[in-house]
Write a protein that binds this ligand. Structure first.
Ligand code: EPZ
Length: 428
């Protein structure tokens, strides 16, 4: 199994290009199921999760073609004919986001049978809000043998639904389903993540009548059919934040190119308070970039709580903890989105971090220096936190289970090598 080795303690410097967002690209790919016309996506990151979703869509009858460009991958997806409305356990269990096929299949074909995704390393992760929303839109739901069967033989009917919690996936699933329902749907207390705004943009380009993404109420006027469209995936705010934290941990100066600072409005001031300089600049043809630097002084401990957007993202919690491991003072990090998202704590401990967990809060007592060691993690963001920690640590760290990183960080090794990190991928 592949592993990544990092000789830490080298300051980072240079430029690093930010990729398209995995968590935007996945629902955008699923949106192709809503139309019999092709959807063209550009700036798609080349990642294992994208390939997995491509396989899942293919077994529903979607033709997927990929080509490499100088700006990420270009995907053309064509769902001229849906050949199956069954999403089997073997595929859904690989990636929870694949549950998103249920809304579009139900809306376009009047039925679907999709495996329940089940729990995952970071928590139980139910889909009850998705299902309650489908019921509001007039579907009959049946749960048996680990599968959800949803039926609406006469089509979905627009309705109002207020979500108990602003779930990202349920918002995306219900938004997509409602584009083909009869009449108006109003979704309240929805998630406001930038990836939802990106999905709305693409659906509008496909001819959907929809407004409100980015606020807590989304209104959709259903259409009888949607068309094809071309759409560029927005930049990855989690990748941007991860590399900014890596610079914070290792020191140096790196310009993160092609990102959108507006989508990091909670993250930038927090890093600045910790003593990491962040300057938003324009490079080239109005391309936005963030110049990140930390020189001299060790950074400071600051507290943070994860929250739905625009709060601090849970997907950056582990990386922030890795940065805080060597802060001056103490940092309290509270996880409010997932019940079991501290699995990186013992691994950071192997590098010498002093972290104690009490319920939902981790207290990080900064140490002068971490020391390299063999480590492994059980999920994508936890793995990236080990990379952040290793870059600032003394000596060599070996990060195992690299397949987690392959799910969500495009070309991580070459990108880090490009800014001077001593990092290599070993295959055996
Ligand atoms: C998305 O997952 C992201 N995944 C996650 O990123 C991210 O951590 C999460 O949003 C929160 O920001 C993708 O976009 C593909 P949720 P999602 O529904 O949609 C509970 C990564 O590393 N809940 O907002 O699955 C749920 O159990 C991944 O890239 C219900 O109880 O997240 C969780 O505690 C990890 N019932 C909370 O809500 C439901 O029906 C948030 O889940 C739905 C959710």
């Amino acid at each position: 199994m592949d592993r990544i080795e990092i000789d830490g303690g080298t300051r980072l410097s240079g430029e690093l290009k930010i990729s398209g967002a995995k968590n935007a690209a996945l629902p955008l790919m699923v949106a192709t199921l809503l139309s019999d016309k092709p959807l063209e996506l550009s700036h798609v990151p080349h990642l294992a999760d994208i390939a997995t979703l491509g396989e899942i869509l293919a077994q529903h009858g979607v033709e997927v073609t990929r080509s490499e460009t100088g700006d990420g991958d270009a995907l053309t997806l064509s769902a001229a004919r849906i050949t199956s409305t069954l999403a089997p356990y073997d595929l859904v269990r690989k990636m929870r986001a694949s549950f998103l096929v249920s809304g579009p299949l139900l809306a376009r074909e009047g039925q679907c049978t999709v495996s329940l995704p089940g729990g995952c390393a970071i928590g139980a992760r139910a889909v009850d809000f998705h299902l309650k929303g489908f019921e509001r839109l007039g579907a009959e739901i049946d749960l048996a043998d680990g599968y959800v069967t949803a039926k609406a033989p006469n089509g979905l009917q627009g309705a109002e639904y207020e979500m108990p919690f602003a779930s990202v996936g349920a918002t995306q699933n219900l938004m997509m389903a409602a584009t083909l329902a009869k009449g108006e749907t109003v979704l309240r207390n929805v998630a406001r993540e930038p990836e939802i705004v990106d999905l709305e943009k693409c659906l509008v380009a496909m001819g959907a009548k929809i407004e409100g993404a980015g606020t807590s109420v989304i209104r959709i006027e259903g259409k009888s059919a949607l068309s094809g469209a071309s759409h560029r995936v927005l930049p990855d705010r989690i990748e941007t934040g991860t590399y900014a934290m890596a610079v914070g941990a290792a020191g140096g100066e790196v310009t993160l190119i092609g990102t959108d600072a507006l989508n990091l409005e909670m993250v930038i001031p927090l890093l600045q308070r910790a003593g990491v300089q962040m300057e938003v600049i324009q490079v080239g043809d109005g391309i936005e970039a963030i110049k990140v630097s930390r020189n001299g002084e060790r950074h400071m401990g600051v507290d943070v709580t994860t929250e739905p957007y625009p709060g601090f993202p849970t997907d950056l919690q582990a990386q922030f903890m890795a940065l805080m491991a060597t802060c001056q003072g103490t940092s309290h990090i509270t996880e409010k989105i997932f019940e079991n998202r501290f699995m990186h704590v013992p691994e950071l401990g192997r590098l010498g971090a002093n972290i104690k967990v009490d319920g939902q809060t981790a207290t990080v007592q900064g140490v002068d220096r971490l020391k390299g060691a063999p480590v492994m993690a059980t999920d994508l963001r936890a793995s990236s936190s080990l990379i952040v920690a290793a870059l600032g640590a003394e000596g060599t760290t070996e990060v195992n289970r690299v397949y987690h990183l392959d799910r969500g960080f495009e070309h991580i090794v070459t990108k880090l090598q490009g800014v001077g990190a001593k990092v290599r991928r070993l295959t055996n």
